[in-house]
Ligand binder design. Structure first.
Ligand code: HEC
Length: 122
């Protein structure tokens, strides 16, 4: 390998490491980006959960309630948003990804960050 190639390789490796540590920091802070999550919410969730998070149709929970569904652990909420959820005596289940299968894992994390920021301040 020519010395210049070695140098280039070192730069690639170093920038990869920086990108990786940036990702790690983001993950430890809960991951999601609320401003990106807003678009996800308004594109997919708002029809059932409403602009104010109190629920637009019967059976949807009130996100603004202090002891409500958003007080659950993020891992639980990520699971319920991604895979769908039906509580006991539910009048209607929550569809997986709100019925929008185009949503990525990142979209789900972002929309959860938005829910916390907008409706349940913690
Ligand atoms: C078709 C209507 C509909 C759409 C669209 C929808 N939801 Fe729901 N969601 C519901 C209903 C109904 C429930 C209550 C289900 C139950 O308790 O059985 C629910 C429950 C929830 C819960 C609480 C789950 C729990 O653990 O109790 C969260 C969080 C949630 N939705 C987030 C979202 C997000 C984020 C989106 C958009 C990606 C979304 N929902 C889209 C109908 C919807």
């Amino acid at each position: 390998m020519k010395p210049t190639n070695k140098h280039a390789l070192r730069i690639v490796l170093a920038s990869g490491l920086i990108a990786f540590s940036a990702l790690a920091v983001e993950a430890s802070e809960g991951g999601g980006d609320a401003s990106k999550g807003k678009a996800v919410y308004e594109g997919t969730c708002v029809f059932c959960h409403g602009k104010n998070g109190k629920g637009e149709i019967p059976g949807t929970p009130d996100f603004t309630k202090a002891t409500g569904v958003l007080s659950q652990a993020d891992a639980v909420l990520i699971d319920h948003i991604s895979n769908g959820f039906e509580s006991e005596n539910s009048s209607m289940p929550m569809p997986a990804k709100g019925g929008n299968e185009d949503l990525s894992e990142g979209d789900v994390e972002n929309v959860l960050a938005y829910l916390h920021k907008e409706f349940a301040h913690r």
